[in-house]
Unconditional design. Structure first.
Length: 491
């Protein structure tokens, strides 16, 4: 039990980790895998190819933006000529149907009829670009969008800082690298942290040959302070399970929680199973270039943090390669884009959901593609009870708000009942388990009540705990809110 009550105010809390958990019996924190949806982009333009990757997807006002490095990397055949890497851009009105705008900014083989948004830095290739909308209150209109990009040839090698007024026209904030203390040969991530009131950078380093993640911070996006390796406890990278891209960002519905999707790089070597994987002939050609190009396979795991430095790794894989006969089980497959966005459902009557995007067909032909995956809002991990009744008791906390809302679901026979207790575990009169109205159904915003009473404002500022009693149920998140619930509407 925490020594001091945690002040949560009206922020949303997720059962994505055990930070708010004091005890559990017959309840587990269960990770949920994204649901495979449609292919949203096939990268078959002349300036694209099998090496398209390091995706950034974000919602910006009424449009969705996508940035990626466009590359053709298979040079083992004259049918698939390689070309220099460029940064490309796509747009969408719904996050599902995407288009390449004709930007007319950069020449590619004699034509500017393309969606190339960044070609190079003074003739030097940029390997990645991961833009974000800068929410720093001091930001100027000319710097509304920022990004870090790795130049591996311009000396000294390192990360350049870029700015843009519109997300399309990019210029360096300073000539030369602003940060050089890393390996950087991956997608490097930077953003403005509202929680910390500073810019944060996550980037690639090698530790005794193992791909790992470090962090640096800055007040101005130019001068960076190195803070060192992330702490994963016993769940960090190892020689057999290395972390490639990190994809760390504050979760937009609970920005005090950082969520990342490191691609897990696993070199299995040549075994009997190697020849049983999809597209064995392509794999043999890749092995001829370099053994790891055919023996390494990749998937993605989930990591979370409350302080940006200490991370908890999920105890199961988040995105598996999957049961497919093509376009998978290859080095570079299943890299998740930076980051999740909220989209409308493609089903008839489903509520809004999160969309994630992951690579397919990387390194396996003359083009790759990007697939969308769907996940319930807040649906990364739930406090999950099976048929046998379980209980979860939270740490003590204080809150503000008039009502308590759960993002939860049950089976037809399942249920959830919720008791509010004092900090020392005594039921609060009026909010006892015996008074709790039984909850069943499936809702993103279910109000908790006790004998029909929803108002919890009498407990504002007082240390309390939640006791959840559950059967065949999941609770994903919870939030004390000032507003009255809109009748019949999930949020």
């Amino acid at each position: 039990m925490a020594d001091k009550p945690i002040d949560i105010g009206t922020r949303r809390e997720l059962f994505i980790d055990d930070y708010m958990v004091d005890s559990m019996k017959n309840v587990e924190l269960k990770m949920h895998e994204p649901v495979r949806r449609e292919v949203v982009m096939k990268f078959d333009k002349p300036w694209e190819g099998s090496g398209c990757g390091y995706f950034t997807v974000m919602q910006d006002g009424d449009k969705y933006r996508m940035y990626y490095h466009a590359w053709q990397i298979l040079d083992h055949s004259k049918d698939y000529p390689s070309h220099r890497l460029v940064i490309a851009y796509a747009e969408s009105q719904d996050g599902i149907t995407w288009a390449r705008p004709n930007l007319g900014l950069f020449d590619f083989k004699g034509s500017k009829d393309n969606n190339i948004v960044l070609n190079d830095i003074k003739g030097i290739e940029c390997r990645d670009l991961s833009p974000f909308v800068d929410e720093n209150p001091k930001v100027t209109p000319e710097e509304k969008y920022k990004a870090i990009s790795y130049s591996h040839k311009y000396k000294p090698t390192g990360l350049w800082a870029f700015k843009s007024p519109d997300g399309i026209h990019w210029t360096p904030m300073k000539e030369g690298a602003v940060y050089t203390q890393g390996a950087f040969d991956t997608q490097n991530i930077a953003f403005w942290s509202e929680w910390e009131q500073q810019y944060v950078l996550y980037y690639r380093v090698f530790v005794k040959g193992v791909r790992h993640i470090e962090r640096a911070v800055s007040k101005d996006f130019i001068n960076w302070k190195r803070e060192g390796l992330l702490d994963f406890g016993d769940g960090g990278p190892t020689p057999t399970e290395q972390f490639y891209v990190n994809q760390i960002k504050p979760y937009y519905r609970a920005p005090h929680i950082l969520i990342g999707f490191p691609a897990r790089y696993v070199d299995r070597g040549i075994t009997v199973s190697t020849g049983k994987l999809p597209e064995p002939e392509q794999r043999k050609k890749r092995i001829a270039r370099s053994p790891r190009y055919g023996t390494a396979v990749t998937d993605s795991v989930l990591i979370t943090s409350r302080d940006g430095k200490t991370f908890r790794r999920s105890n199961d894989v988040f995105l598996r390669p999957g049961l497919r006969t093509r376009y998978n089980w290859s080095y570079g497959d299943n890299y998740i884009a930076w980051h999740v966005v909220e989209t409308k459902p493609t089903d008839d009557d489903s509520p809004r959901q999160m969309s994630l995007y992951a690579t397919e067909g990387y390194f396996t032909g003359n083009w790759s593609r990007l697939r969308r995956y769907a996940l319930r809002l807040d649906g990364f991990v739930s406090a999950h009870a099976r048929h046998d009744t379980g209980e979860l008791v939270t740490q003590s906390f204080t809150f503000k708000g008039k009502r308590l809302s759960l993002n939860c679901r049950t089976s037809a026979a399942g249920f959830i009942k919720l008791e509010l207790q004092t900090a020392d575990g005594k039921p609060v009169p009026g909010f006892k388990l015996a008074d709790a109205d039984i909850i069943y159904g499936d809702s993103l915003d279910r109000t908790v009540s006790w004998k029909g009473k929803e108002d919890v404002s009498s407990l504002i500022g007082k240390p309390v705990r939640m006791r959840l009693v559950m059967s065949e149920a999941d609770v994903y998140s919870w939030k004390f809110e000032d507003r009255d619930k809109d009748q019949g509407a999930d949020s």
